[in-house]
Design a protein around this ligand. Structure first.
Ligand SMILES: CC(C)(COP(=O)(O)OP(=O)(O)OC[C@H]1O[C@@H](n2cnc3c(N)ncnc32)[C@H](O)[C@@H]1OP(=O)(O)O)[C@@H](O)C(=O)NCCC(=O)NCCS
Length: 179
């Protein structure tokens, strides 16, 4: 594949749905830095950047998507994969929409596209996780039909949390959605 993102489909508002390529890595790093409303400060931004190394664009591009503006700048992305271990499952690793592009249906367009890809590959459920302090993500995933999996405690807002899920202090909220 070339280093230029490959167009899949024109979306409304002159946006283009594309396949990512390794050359998109730098702008994804920038999005992971800038699009999370400062969540976790610089440590949080560094954690997010390290969670999306180049290998995702080299080896998981067929189940991942970018949205580009007419000037080819990045508007949104979704990084996902089909589980190698559990043949029922597809997994959304990371997704983001630029702050000025939110609440316009782009997140749900990306998710719907991923659900269709997962269904076409015979998958019957989609899983993902988020941080307990990412309240927008929890609200969004709930709106997108995900169930919150029981955790080992319930936080003050009634959200089930898996303590130390990804290591000491790295609590997570786990979602599953049947397809
Ligand atoms: C979460 C995110 C991807 C949602 O993208 P989006 O393009 O704004 O979502 P959509 O416009 O497609 O919204 C889909 C539905 O979710 C709802 N929704 C979206 N964000 C919401 C929020 N913060 N609170 C409550 N509902 C929300 C919308 O109202 C819509 O519901 P509707 O169908 O009833 O109208 C985006 O806000 C984002 O990138 N946030 C920062 C990064 C992040 O947290 N990523 C997710 C974790 S990896």
């Amino acid at each position: 594949m070339t280093e230029h993102a490959r167009a899949l489909e024109q979306l409304s508002g002159h946006l283009t749905l594309c396949r990512p390529v390794p050359g998109d890595h730098a702008r994804l790093r920038q999005a992971l830095t800038d699009w999370w409303d400062g969540l976790g400060g610089e440590a949080g931004a560094q954690q997010r950047r390290l969670l999306v190394p180049r290998l995702w664009l080299q080896h998981f591009a067929d189940t991942s998507f970018l949205v580009e503006r007419p000037d080819q700048t990045l508007h949104a992305f979704l990084i996902g994969f089909l589980s190698q271990t559990d043949p029922r499952t597809a997994y959304i690793h990371f997704a983001g929409v630029c702050p000025e592009g939110r609440r316009e249906g782009i997140g749900s367009t990306l998710y719907d596209r991923f659900f269709a890809t997962a269904r076409a590959a015979g998958r019957s459920q989609v899983r993902c996780i988020t941080s307990p302090n990412n309240r927008n993500s929890i609200a969004y995933h709930t709106r997108m039909g995900f169930q919150l999996e029981p955790g080992d405690r319930i936080d003050d807002d009634g959200v089930p949390v898996h303590g130390d899920y990804d290591g000491p202090g790295l609590d997570r909220v786990c979602f599953v959605r049947e397809l």
